[in-house]
Unconditional design. Structure first.
Lengths: 156, 321
C-alpha cells in the first residue's frame, strides 16, 4: 500500500469537520483543518470512525490496514500469553528438577562429605541459573534420620 | 499364668517407670514411652518391669544413640543394694535400641568386668563366652560367605545386576574417603580425587540407591545378632549393616559374648523368633548356652532368688557377700 496516495485526500470527522491529509506513514496521520493541523494515530482514529475518508475506496483501503493491525495485535497478545504459559511451565519443571537434584546432592553430602558436589547438580545449576528460584526448601532432617546417613549410626 | 489384663497392667507400669526414669524426655512425649513398652512381648513384660524398676539402673534418652555405661565406683557384689549404678542410654524414637541395651544391663547385672556371659559356668566347665568363641571360630568363614551371597542377591535384585560388584570394587576407596577429614586443607585434594573416581566408577549413584531404597534393612532385621558377631572378624563399614567394628571387639575379648547376649536378649524379649531360629541354625551350641544363661537370670529375677548359688569363674577372689 503506497502511503503517498493518501496525501491531499479529503477527510471528515464525526463532528463534521472537514480536512486534508498532509502526512501519512501507515501509523500516523496529520490532517489540516481550517483552524490548524492535528496528528492522530491511524489505528485509533479510524478504528472507531472518528475520522473517515470521503473517497470510499481510499477509506476501505485504510480500514483494511487498521483491521490487519488489530488482528496482528490480537495475534501478538495471544502469542505473548502462550509464551508466558510456556515460560511458567518451563520454570516449574526446571525448579522441580532443581529441588530433586538439590535434595539428592544434600543426601550425597551426608554420605561423601560436605565438600562433595554432585556433578549433574553442578551442571544443572550452571545451565539454568537464570530460571532457578532458590527459595526451595525441604526437610533434610527426616531424610538424614530416616536413612541413617552416617556409617556408624544404628541402622533400621 | 498371666492374663491379658495383667499384661496390659504391666505394660502401663513399664510406661510409667520409663517416664519416671527420664521425666525430662518422656513426660511431654508419652507416646514414646507407650511405643517403647509395647515392643516387649507380653509374656516378658513382668520380667522387663522388674529389670527397669531396679533403682540402680538409670535409663535416659539419647538422640540417635544407644549405649550402656557402667559405674566405676562400686565393687562386685551379689547384693543388689550394693551393686553398681549403671546407666542405659537409648534413642526412644527407635524402640528397638532399648531392649539391646537392657541386654547389656542384665549381662552386667553385678559388674561390668564380670559379665554373666563370661563368669557363669553353664556346662562342661564352660561359660557362654567359651562356647561361643570356639563355635564361632569354626564357623564364621562359612557364615560370612553365605551372608555375603544373600547380601549380593538382595542388592542386585533391588538396584541392578552390577550393584554388588560396583560396591565391592569401590568400598575400600570409600572407606579411605571416610577416614579423611573434609575440613583439612591437606586432605582436600585427596578427597576430591577419590570423590571423582567414585563418581566415575558409578559407586556414587549405586550407593545413593542402596541408601534410599534401604534394601539392607531386611538383612539387618533378620540377621542382626549374626552380623554384629561377624563385624568382629570382617570389615562391614559403609555397607549399612548393623554392628560394631573390629577395634571395638579387639578392645576387650569378652565383648563378642556380651554383644551376642545383648542381641539375643533383645530378640527374645521382643518376639523376633526369626532372628533366634537363624542363630539356632547357624550356631546351635552358642544358642543353647544363651538360652541356659537367659533362663538362669530370668528365673532368679522373677522369683526374687539370690544369685550366689551359681557356679562362677573369677580371676580374682570371690566376693564375701
Amino acid at each position: 500500500m503506497d502511503p503517498t496516495k493518501f496525501i491531499n485526500a479529503e477527510v471528515i470527522t464525526k463532528t463534521n469537520e472537514k480536512g486534508i491529509i498532509t502526512f501519512f506513514d501507515g501509523d500516523n496521520i496529520r490532517v489540516k483543518f481550517e483552524n490548524g493541523e492535528k496528528t492522530y494515530k491511524v489505528y485509533l482514529a479510524f478504528k472507531n470512525g472518528f475520522i473517515s475518508l470521503i473517497d470510499k475506496s481510499l477509506n476501505e483501503a485504510i480500514l483494511g490496514i487498521v483491521n490487519e493491525r488489530a488482528v496482528n495485535s490480537r495475534m501478538r497478545k495471544d502469542e505473548a500469553a502462550k509464551n508466558q504459559k510456556i515460560a511458567v511451565k518451563r520454570n516449574e519443571v526446571i525448579n522441580k528438577k532443581y529441588s530433586e537434584l538439590k535434595q539428592k546432592d544434600h543426601i550425597l553430602k551426608c554420605l561423601f562429605g560436605n565438600d562433595f558436589e554432585y556433578p549433574p547438580f553442578k551442571e544443572f545449576k550452571k545451565k539454568y541459573k537464570n530460571y532457578i528460584n532458590d527459595h526451595v526448601r525441604f526437610d533434610i532432617g527426616s531424610y538424614v534420620e530416616g536413612y541413617g546417613l552416617s556409617p556408624f549410626y544404628w541402622y533400621n | 499364668m498371666q492374663t491379658n489384663n495383667h499384661q496390659d497392667k504391666n505394660q502401663k507400669l513399664i510406661e510409667q517407670k520409663l517416664i519416671e526414669k527420664d521425666k525430662r524426655s518422656l513426660s511431654r512425649h508419652k507416646g514414646l514411652a507407650i511405643a517403647q513398652a509395647k515392643i516387649f512381648l507380653p509374656k516378658y513384660s513382668d520380667f522387663i518391669l522388674k529389670v527397669i524398676s531396679n533403682n540402680s539402673l538409670k535409663i535416659k534418652h539419647k538422640d540417635r544413640e544407644g549405649y550402656f555405661i557402667f559405674d566405676k565406683k562400686e565393687r562386685f557384689s551379689y547384693k543388689l543394694s550394693k551393686r553398681a549404678k549403671n546407666k542405659v542410654y537409648a534413642d526412644f524414637y527407635k524402640p528397638s535400641i532399648l531392649p539391646h541395651e537392657l541386654g547389656h544391663a542384665c549381662n552386667c547385672w553385678f559388674d561390668f568386668f564380670y559379665p554373666l556371659s563370661s563368669v557363669v559356668i553353664l556346662k562342661d566347665n564352660k561359660t557362654l563366652d567359651d562356647i561361643l568363641k570356639v563355635e564361632f571360630e569354626q564357623k564364621h568363614a562359612k557364615i560370612h560367605e553365605d551372608f555375603a551371597k544373600e547380601y549380593k542377591d538382595i542388592i542386585n535384585s533391588n538396584i541392578n545386576s552390577d550393584a554388588y560388584d560396583i560396591i565391592q570394587k569401590n568400598i575400600d576407596l570409600y572407606r579411605k574417603l571416610l577416614e579423611l577429614d573434609y575440613r583439612s586443607k591437606e586432605d582436600k585434594p585427596k578427597r576430591k580425587a577419590i570423590q571423582k573416581i567414585l563418581y566415575e566408577n558409578g559407586f556414587v549413584e549405586t550407593y545413593y540407591l542402596l541408601v534410599t531404597k534401604r534394601c539392607y534393612s531386611i538383612l539387618n532385621d533378620k540377621y542382626s545378632p549374626i552380623i554384629d558377631a561377624l563385624t568382629s572378624k570382617y570389615d562391614y563399614t559403609g555397607l549399612k549393616l548393623r554392628g560394631h567394628d573390629k577395634e571395638y571387639y579387639e578392645y576387650r575379648k569378652d565383648r563378642l559374648a556380651d554383644e551376642f547376649f545383648a542381641n539375643l536378649f533383645a530378640a527374645k524379649v521382643t518376639g523376633k523368633e526369626y532372628c533366634l531360629s537363624k542363630i539356632k541354625q547357624l550356631l546351635p551350641e552358642s544358642y543353647e548356652a544363651f538360652e541356659m544363661l537367659f533362663n538362669i537370670f530370668y528365673e532368679r529375677i522373677q522369683k526374687n532368688k539370690k544369685f550366689n548359688d551359681l557356679s562362677v569363674r573369677f580371676d580374682v577372689d570371690k566376693p564375701e557377700d
